[in-house]
Design a protein. Structure first.
Length: 273
């Protein structure tokens, strides 16, 4: 079994080296699809021996599917630039490479470091993600946000953690929430979902209670409180922006939300709905 590791990037010089170092010895080739970085991302990728392909940004799923299509091997290990393999996960993947394959994909838990603390609650852990898959049996889907890997056939589970480094500051989190809520609002609009006072006011309260109380975010200290507050803020902005789109549905009505970075940078996507 040979593995092609794929990473999509846009200005990821802070994280990419750690990501590529972690797959060294596990991946038989590394492909980085870059959307026009203005920093040292491409130079770092080349330094670690990755094949770098420049491609204009489309959306998360399309970029990841394009990266997989460039691979030489049928098994794809898809990572985001701010993720890396833990040592236990590295060892398990090396073992998987030597064993007969009965699954078409492998999923593993993702552990997120937020403002210097590894988060164990708030619904953020174990946050299992299928990331190693047979190319012909997996496809990334989701046009705007919450892209996910759709696999046919059996999915096996590994126990080693995928490590996710996200949000260096509260300001960084706020910026990402602003970007992702714009994308999320457009996604909801395309799916025919409507907004109104109940969703704008009720969903933030429900999100905070779910994260902080029911999912034990209080056990993650101040970081857990901030995560829960941002979960509420995310929902408030998302449904407010959706309401704004409903008022001005004309083509070209802009909310912003361009990808300031790539990958699952809002920690983790889908956890603040």
């Amino acid at each position: 079994m040979k593995i092609s590791a794929t990473v999509i990037t846009l200005n990821e010089e802070r994280h990419l080296g750690r990501c590529l170092e972690s797959v060294r010895g596990v991946a038989d080739e590394v492909i980085v699809v870059d959307a026009g970085s203005q920093d040292q991302t491409c130079a770092i990728a080349a330094r670690w021996g990755a094949r770098v392909i420049t491609r204009n940004w489309t959306n998360y799923s399309d970029q990841k599917n394009f990266a997989a299509a460039q691979a030489s091997h049928q098994w794809i290990l898809s990572l985001d630039a701010d993720e890396c393999l833990s040592q236990p996960l590295r060892q398990q993947l090396l073992e998987v490479k030597t064993l007969p394959k009965t699954a078409n994909a492998y999923e593993f838990p993702r552990r997120t470091c937020y403002l210097g603390r590894w988060i164990r609650h708030c619904g953020w852990y174990p946050d299992r993600k299928p990331r190693l898959y047979r190319r012909q049996h997996g496809q990334w889907v989701g046009e705007f946000v919450h892209e996910h890997l759709s696999c046919d056939g059996p999915v096996a589970r590994l126990q080693g953690d995928l490590l996710h480094y996200t949000c260096d500051s509260v300001s960084d989190h706020a910026r990402r929430v602003g970007n992702y809520t714009s994308l999320a609002a457009r996604d909801l609009q395309t799916r025919g979902i409507r907004s109104g006072p109940l969703k704008i006011l009720g969903s933030p309260v429900a999100a905070f209670l779910s994260s902080y109380c029911f999912k034990a975010g209080f056990l993650d200290g101040l970081q857990g409180l901030l995560i829960s507050i941002f979960a509420a803020y995310y929902n408030f902005l998302k449904y407010s922006k959706l309401w704004d789109l409903q008022r001005s549905p004309a083509p070209g009505h802009a909310l912003g939300g361009e990808p300031a970075d790539t990958g699952d940078s809002l920690p983790p996507k889908g956890r603040e709905d």
